[in-house]
Write a protein that binds this ligand. Structure first.
Ligand code: MG
Length: 332
């Protein structure tokens, strides 16, 4: 009975509950590009970010300040940040894993930093070469200095929904890390399904556990590895998430997570949100153009479907594969 009531409350919240707004954090330039083997030129990265801004995106995870040998695609972080457009209202996020990375991020004039603390020991060691306790201490040190410099700080809890090495991750484990990061000065918490294993019921369990320990804005990071990413995203919004990560075209992965596939695609997410009455401020046609641009640079077929299928009939733009006047009929 309680589950039924919870479901009813969830749907009512979508139907009635203001604000019907969800912020998109475009992570294609960072999480999207860092796992593709094709190294994209700095010029193309800047053009890609310009196209995302033109589409209405206002928060962009633009790059990461990690060791260039570890993630060669991000070796031009400073050059990218020196070349991006800086219109009012646009906020650039840099991923940072240590003090050296923060120094670089500050020098490159990012607006926000995102710091990852992975929820399991094995993955934390493999991802950033430290224990969870060390990662929390590192977060606290980075957070202190970043906030003193006037930057917004996000703590991302990696592998919140499951770990490629240790399997199940208890919501209480995630909540404990969230409490520690909130206490250490986080402005926002991101719960990341780094390897794309979560389902909507996990989102509910995690939100419940995390809301016991913090009132901070909650952002979610989903990969569509098992085709549950969009259902998870809509569930998160219904449960009060303020922001969602996605990448134009659905490019992406994680170089340290075996078999992690792309982020949920910005255009497919924006479509699902808009048809649910939730505004993101992102223009569907223009975000498809941004995805097509980066898909061309990578010479890859994009996982996203909106560019192929097109918008809702009669709206905005036709898809590359949608039936045109010269197509034979016979569909069912
Ligand atoms: Mg990711």
């Amino acid at each position: 009975m309680k589950a039924v009531l919870d479901r009813l409350m969830l749907s009512e919240r979508v139907a009635d509950g203001p604000p019907a707004v969800a912020e998109i954090v475009e992570v294609g330039p960072r999480d999207g590009l860092q796992n593709v083997p094709t190294v994209v030129s700095t010029t193309a990265k800047i053009a890609y970010i310009q196209a995302l801004i033109d589409a209405g995106v206002r928060r962009v995870e633009a790059t990461s300040f990690v060791h260039p040998q570890r993630v060669p695609q991000m070796a031009d972080a400073e050059a990218v940040m020196a070349g991006v457009p800086r219109p009012a209202g646009v906020s650039y996020i840099g991923l940072v894993v240590n003090a050296r990375g923060l120094d670089r991020a500050l020098a490159a004039r990012v607006d926000e930093v995102n710091v990852v603390v992975v929820a399991t020991e094995t993955f934390c060691q493999r991802n950033q070469g430290m224990s969870i306790a060390e990662a929390v201490r590192s977060f606290a040190a980075i957070s202190d200095r970043a906030r003193s410099a006037g930057l917004r700080v996000t703590a991302t809890i990696g592998a919140s929904f499951g770990c490629p090495f240790e399997g199940e991750v208890a919501p209480e484990t995630v909540a404990k890390l969230v409490r520690q990061c909130a206490g250490a000065g986080a402005d926002e918490i991101t719960l990341a399904d780094t390897i794309g294993v979560g389902v909507p019921a996990d989102v509910q369990r995690l939100v419940r556990a995390v809301r016991e320990v913090t009132d901070l804005p909650l952002r979610f990071h989903f990969h569509n590895t098992r085709n549950t990413g969009y259902a998870n995203a809509l569930t998160a919004v219904a449960l009060g998430a303020s922001a969602l990560d996605s990448s134009a075209g659905g490019i992406g992965g994680c170089p340290f997570a075996p078999a992690a596939t792309g982020n949920i695609a910005t255009e497919d997410l924006v479509y699902a949100l808009r048809r649910s009455g939730i505004e993101s401020g992102v223009d569907l046609s223009r975000i498809v153009s941004a995805a097509t641009f980066i898909g061309g640079e990578l010479d890859m077929r994009l996982p996203a479907l909106l560019g192929r299928a097109g918008d809702f009939p009669g709206a905005d733009f036709p898809g590359a594969d949608s039936p045109g006047a010269d197509s034979p009929g016979g569909g069912s």
